[in-house]
Design a protein around this ligand. Structure first.
Ligand code: AMP
Ligand code: ZN
Length: 492
């Protein structure tokens, strides 16, 4: 391949050639979910974006250590340092243990991500499993003179840090602007300056999640866990740090300050930020109610979309946008993706049936392959790659219709590349629509039975039952047609 991988580095605000610290090895840290509720489709988009990046790095031959944490303590309701701990609050409201909350939503997260065919990370560390490391980190920051203890809590001194090392590099905020824009504390906090952030918080008597420390029985600040765990597993300087765009400030900015206060060097070479999924033009977020859960989408049981969409269609829909672009989810857009995905799957199935000829193909396979890899090498441009896959499908269909030919060498290579890009890089799985498999024969039988029941209901004017069957099947993308001979069904 001629081109090398070029990535957009949020720290530089520009694209640059990717060069790992150790040849052939990549260390990548991605901020994981706060496990206090089910992940919504917006969260899933960010993790699918990083799955694409992880998969492509693996495909290029890198040995990748992918660390994605689970936040199970320390993330307060408000991203500044106030409010209740999100997990404690859920535990209190449901009268269960905080660790029951954590277990429930960690399992939901893993289960959901596997439906989307994302690869598990190499390490999935938890904040509560790394309290000792976080306390050690705070001691080091205090020793460097960049943190102060007050009433059992410890805060990072942003102004003092900024005197030596510039704060705000990633988000582009300068300290004056920050001072101007940070709301005053109004006696709510012990912090000296409002822009300071918590490294350790003393727990109030009612706060259940607490650990002993040199300063108080308390809990770590949210930003600290990612610095502690990334350094533990990837070292004080590593290749890639990622997360959703909304984490740039304050979370990632604070992570940089924590690491730099100790090591005096940038902890991360390339910062990647995935853009947001929106619904009705607004960021998908649990807190505003503007969200939809993956299972609601797969089952069709939701008030937003009339139809159901499978995990692979939703994944394909997300990959049809560049990971740095905002993506708005809508029924029309999902329908279009479903059509495109079906076309791709049909093409992949047709590819398996092609008969080679001895004639050299007019389709320039080498140039096409180069275009596919150039797309991915240009900051993981999956929508462009998908457009190139459709070019290949056009050729495949033309060969199937005897309008073009392909020789056996090219056919073998085309199959290999399509498999590599479709399955390994994009992480898509083809759902065979062929109704001849044994499972589908059973499905056919059940659908025939449902059609018969529906006919009976219609004949006896029980339209409530007949409509229920039709509407429920429609949500599963199975269309019932009424003919003079009775109902027939079609799987769309
Ligand atoms: P949280 O559990 O709130 O810490 O979020 C987990 C991840 O989901 C973070 O990387 C967020 O940036 C990301 N995220 C939250 N909302 C959205 C959204 N609407 N679209 C894409 N990513 C999101
Ligand atoms: Zn983080």
């Amino acid at each position: 391949m001629n081109s090398s991988l070029v990535v957009y580095n949020s720290l530089k605000g520009d694209k640059e050639v990717f060069k790992s610290i150790l040849p052939n090895n990549v260390g990548m840290y991605v901020c994981g979910p706060t496990v206090y509720s089910n992940v919504h489709l917006g969260n899933c988009r960010t993790f699918i974006s990083f799955d694409l990046i992880f998969r492509y790095l693996l495909h290029l031959g890198y040995k990748v250590r992918y660390v994605r944490n689970i936040t199970d303590a320390g993330h307060l309701e408000n991203d500044a340092d106030d409010g209740e701990d999100r997990i404690s609050k859920k535990a209190r409201l449901e009268s269960i243990e905080p660790m029951e909350v954590v277990q429930r939503y960690t399992l939901d997260f893993r289960n959901t991500m596997s439906k989307f065919n994302t690869l598990p990370p190499s390490i999935e560390p938890t904040a509560t499993g790394h309290i000792v490391e976080q306390i050690e980190l705070i001691k080091k920051i205090i020793k460097q003179g960049y943190a102060y203890e007050i009433n059992g809590s410890v805060y990072f001194d942003v102004l003092k840090f900024n005197e030596k090392i510039p704060y705000g590099k990633l988000s582009g905020r300068n300290i004056e602007e920050l001072i101007h824009n940070t709301r005053s504390l109004g006696g709510q906090s012990d912090k000296i300056n409002p822009q300071d952030f918590a490294l350790w918080k003393k727990a109030e008597p009612e706060h259940i999640m607490r650990w002993p420390s040199p300063w108080s029985d308390g809990f770590p600040g949210w930003h600290l866990e990612c610095t502690a765990m990334s350094q533990k597993y990837l070292g004080s300087q590593f290749d890639i740090h990622g997360g959703g765009m909304d984490l740039k400030f304050p979370h990632h900015e604070c992570e940089i300050a924590q690491a730099e206060s100790i090591h005096k060097k940038s902890p991360v070479n390339y910062w990647f930020h995935a853009n947001m999924l929106t619904l009705n033009g607004k960021k998908m977020a649990k807190s505003t109610g503007n969200s939809i859960l993956p299972d609601q989408m797969f089952s069709g049981e939701n008030k937003i979309f009339k139809k159901s969409f499978s995990p692979m269609v939703v994944r394909f829909f997300m990959l049809q946008a560049h990971y740095r672009s905002i993506l708005d989810i809508s029924e029309i857009a999902l329908e279009a993706s479903k059509k495109g995905f079906d076309k791709l799957i049909d093409g992949m199935q047709t590819l398996e049936t092609l008969v080679p000829s001895s004639v050299t193909s007019k389709f320039d396979l080498i140039a096409w392959k180069e275009k596919c890899y150039s797309a991915m090498n240009d900051d993981f441009n999956s929508p462009l790659l998908i457009a190139h896959l459709f070019d290949a499908i056009k050729h495949i269909n033309a060969v199937a219709n005897n309008k073009q030919e392909i020789n056996s060498k090219d056919l073998k290579e085309l199959k290999q590349i399509m498999h590599d890009l479709f399955n390994d890089v994009l992480g898509l799985k083809s759902v065979k629509k062929n109704l001849n498999t044994s499972v589908n024969i059973e499905l056919h039988g059940i659908l025939n039975l449902l059609s018969e029941i529906r006919d009976k209901a219609r004949n006896s004017k029980d339209f409530e039952t007949s409509d229920l069957i039709r509407d429920s099947l429609s949500k599963l993308n199975i269309q019932i047609n009424d003919t003079r001979e009775g109902s027939s069904f079609k799987i769309k």
